[in-house]
Design a protein around this ligand. Structure first.
Ligand SMILES: NC(=O)c1ccc[n+]([C@@H]2O[C@H](COP(=O)([O-])OP(=O)(O)OC[C@H]3O[C@@H](n4cnc5c(N)ncnc54)[C@H](O)[C@@H]3O)[C@@H](O)[C@H]2O)c1
Length: 359
């Protein structure tokens, strides 16, 4: 199978590319604009594999996307390219509308043109897999507000996004389903909870805390730190996505989650405890925690019901939060050079010097 992946130089996209090249016989073309969040150094271990190619393309550039489709002749698209950081979406929403909405529309139209011209058998087997977030559902009741069993997001939970990020992702989900219904493009949508793991840009909670802790800087926690997220190890997500693109029926939606509901403050404390053990110093890391003004519109609780993907496709997360977080902290301790490069932009020089696979 030949798979075109958008956003394959990002956190989750690079995990998907590594998974496919390392664990399957499939080929990948990665198209990525290489924004601040895209980093080819995350693909170093597979970049010279003959089954892997890269093109630096903005998904809003219709001509370049059509050219890549015609040249590579994929059997499936996995669409991960997006602006993904909620805080950035609050200070600069335009880029989110452009990439997440206009970019998805551009990609859908390019795919429709490519897919319509395929021979019947390839047309029937083709898949457009859109990778989205549980944040499209808004937030759920928090244990502070409700007693008893708390509700979870299911595939039929109504959309109620809160931030510019989640609203643009919701818009993209609607576009994808509309192209499925109106033009019969064979689409699948997945909505996943918060990911964590290696190669995560150090602006997101867990890598930010590890990075600041090691530099002796404050560890910022929004509000009281009581917001609840459902955490999934990124390699479990990559496995789930490959399972979906190869096995799911056309038109289906799957929620993907890790069964790990944690308050942000508890996550920060757990990272601090692991660092106390693995990189001890005179004082405890938790002394660096600083409470900062809460994010506007901050969702209080997300939690996924992943029963459908478990039942239909037999996927389950392999990591517990404890095992995944330990692996993550160890990875950051052993890969400080990667962190320095993405923070300084030095990886762009690394690409020029080390990357021969660009076209
Ligand atoms: N990170 C999470 O916890 C999470 C959870 C659920 C869903 N998702 C979704 O998964 C996808 C990947 O998330 P991530 O955390 O890996 O994001 P990321 O920000 O780490 O990576 C995004 C990638 O997309 C690329 N990109 C951005 N704009 C582009 C454009 N116009 N054209 C081509 N490439 C472009 C970037 O260069 C980068 O490589 C996103 O669609 C996101 O909404 C993320």
């Amino acid at each position: 199978m030949k798979i075109l992946i958008t956003g394959g130089a990002g956190f989750i996209g690079s995990a998907v590319v590594r998974h496919i090249i390392n664990h399957t016989d499939d080929s990948v073309i990665n198209i990525d604009k290489l924004t601040y969040a895209g980093n080819l150094e995350s693909l170093k271990e597979i970049s010279r594999d003959p089954r892997y190619q890269f093109r630096q393309i903005d998904i809003c550039d219709a001509q370049a996307v059509v050219q890549a489709l015609n040249d590579f002749q994929p059997d499936a698209i996995m669409h991960l390219a997006a602006e993904s950081h909620v805080d950035r979406s609050i200070t600069g929403p335009a880029e989110f509308v452009q990439t997440n909405v206009v970019g998805t529309y551009t990609l859908l139209e390019a795919c429709r043109q490519y897919w319509s011209a395929l021979p019947e058998a390839r047309k029937a087997a083709f898949r457009f897999h859109h990778i989205s977030t549980d944040e499209v559902y808004g937030d759920l009741p928090h244990p502070d507000e409700m007693e008893g069993e708390l509700p979870l997001f299911t595939e039929s939970t109504p959309y109620a996004p809160s931030s510019p990020y989640s609203s643009t992702k919701a818009a993209s989900d609607h576009l994808v389903r509309a192209w499925g219904r109106t033009y019969k493009l064979p689409v699948i949508v997945t909505n996943c909870s918060n990911n964590y793991g290696p190669y995560h840009f150090p602006e997101k909670l867990i890598p930010l805390i590890i990075s600041n802790a090691l530099e002796g800087k404050p560890l910022p926690v929004y509000g009281k730190g009581d917001q609840i997220r459902d955490w999934l190890y990124v390699e479990d997500h990559a496995r789930a996505l490959y399972t979906v693109v190869t096995k799911a029926q056309v038109g289906t939606t799957y929620n993907i989650g890790g069964h790990n509901e944690k308050k942000n403050l508890d996550v920060v404390m757990q990272v601090c405890e692991l660092l106390d053990e693995l990189r001890p110093k005179a004082s405890r890391y938790q002394e660096q925690i600083t409470y900062v003004q809460d994010r506007p519109g901050h969702d209080r609780r997300y939690a996924i019901d992943a029963a459908k993907i478990e039942k239909d496709l037999g996927w389950k997360p392999q990591e517990t939060f404890e095992s995944g977080l330990r692996k993550t902290v160890e990875w950051y301790l052993n890969n400080q050079e990667w962190v320095e490069h993405v923070k300084s932009g030095a990886y762009k020089n690394w690409i020029e010097q080390n990357y021969e696979n660009r076209s």
